[in-house]
Design a protein around this ligand. Sequence first.
Ligand SMILES: Nc1ncnc2c1ncn2[C@@H]1O[C@H](COP(=O)(O)OP(=O)(O)O)[C@@H](O)[C@H]1O
Ligand SMILES: [Mg+2]
Length: 451
Amino acid sequence: MAGQITAPIQALGAYADNANPGPVPGPTGLRETDALAAAIRRYAEAREAAERELTQLNATLEQRIAAAVAERDTAQARLVEAQKMEAVGQLTGGIAHDFNNLLTAIIGSLDLMRKEIAGNARLQTLSEIAIQAAQRGAMLVSQLLAFGRRQTLQPQSVRLEHALADIRLLIGPATGGEVTLATELATDLWACWVDRGQLDSAILNLVFNAHDAMPRGGTLTIAAINRTVEAAEAKRLDIAAGDYVRVAVSDTGAGMSPETAKRAFEPFFTTKGVGSGTGLGLSQVWGFAKQSDGTATIDSRPGDGTTVALLLPRAASEPAAAAAAVAAPDHAVTSKRILVVEDSNEVRALAQSLLEDLGHQAIVAPHAEAALAILSGDQAVDLLFCDIVLGGPIDGRRLAELARVLRPELKVLLTSGYPDRLQPMPGDPPIIAKPYQQADLTARLAALFDA
Ligand SMILES: Nc1ncnc2c1ncn2[C@@H]1O[C@H](COP(=O)(O)OP(=O)(O)O)[C@@H](O)[C@H]1O
Ligand SMILES: [Mg+2]
C-alpha cells in the first residue's frame, strides 16, 4: 500500500523537478495521485506559457526601446535643423528689410529723376543702368525676405491649373532644347490659399533648377494632387494636420548628394559656379512654403533625379471669379488728398514726391499719433496711405482701424516690406509691397478710387 502511493508520487515529484519534463506519468488509478498529476500538468503548462510570454515581451521591449531612441534622435536632428534655419532666417530677414527700405528710396528717386533728365542722353543711360541694378538688388532682397518669412504675402484662393497655365507660357522658352515638359494634375484638385506672385516665383525657381540639372535633356514633370495629412505625419513635417495641395516638380537630372540635399534650402548655398547660381532659389521656395503654413521637401539621389514638393494649405473657398483679375485702370486718378504715414524719413519723402508728381496732395506724418491728430481735426483726407510697421505702439493696421472709426468713409492703402506675420484677412485694406514704383502706386490708387 505504502509503495503503491509513494512510487507514483515519487515519479510525479521527479517530473515536477525536471526542467523539461516531457509527458506527465500516466494515470495510476489512485484518485489522489491522479488529481495531483493533473494539477502538476496544469502548473507546467501555465509556466511554459508564462515563459513564452516573457521571451516575447523582452523582444518587443527591445524593439520599442530602439524605436523610441531612433525617434528621439530624428526629432532632435529636426529641431537642430529648424533652429538653424530660423537663426539664418532672422539674420537675412533683418538685413533684407533694411535694404528693402533703402532700395525703395533709391528706385523711387531714380524713377522721378528720369523725368527731369529727359533731354540728356548720357544721364539717361546712367540712370537706366542704376535703375536696373537697383531692381536686381530688389529681386535678391525679395528672395531673402521670402526666406526670412518676411514677405508681405497676400494669400488668396488659387487654382493650380490656372497658375500653371500662366507659368507654362513663361517657362516655354526656358524648357526648350532637349527638355520635355509634362504636367500631371489631379482632376478634382482643391484650390490652395497662397500668394499668387510668390507661388509663381517658387515654381519658376524649381523649374530653373530642374533645367540646370538636365544639361543633356530629360523630362521635367509638374504634378499636383490633393493630400490629407494625418497627425503623425503632420508632426514629422512640422505643419498642422489637415488638407493640402501637393505640387511636385521632378526632373530626370543629376540628382543631389545627401550633403547637398541637406543644405539646399539654406540661403546662398549653391554648387553652381560664380555668376550662374545665387543659392537663393530654394530659399525662396522654402520660406514661401513655410510662411504660407505649408512646407517643402526634397527627394533626391545622385543619378536618380530630383523631386521638390510643396505642400500648400487648402483654401476654404473657391477663387472669386472676375474680381480676382484686377482690371487695368484706363485713367489715372489725380488730385486726391493723401495722408502718408511712414517712419522712415527717406521712404516718407519719396512717397510724398511720387504722389505729388502724380498730381496728388500729400500730407505727411512720421507716426500713428501724428496721423490721428490730423484725422481728428477737420483737414480733408481722401486716403490714408500707411506703413504697417511704424515703430510706435500703434501699428499701421491698428491706425487704419482707428482712422475708420474717426472717418468711416476714409479709404486705406497699407504698405510693408516687413514681417507681416498676420496673414491678411479678407476685408483687410489692400497692401502694396515695398519697394514700389510710381506705376504700382498709380494702379493701386486707380483701383481704390474707381471702386
Ligand atoms: N533639381 C535639382 N537637381 C539637382 N540639384 C539641385 C536641384 N535643385 C537644387 N539643387 C541643388 O541645390 C543648390 C541650391 O539651389 P538654389 O537655392 O536654387 O540655388 P542655385 O540654383 O542658385 O544654385 C543648387 O546649387 C544645387 O546644388
Ligand atoms: Mg536655383
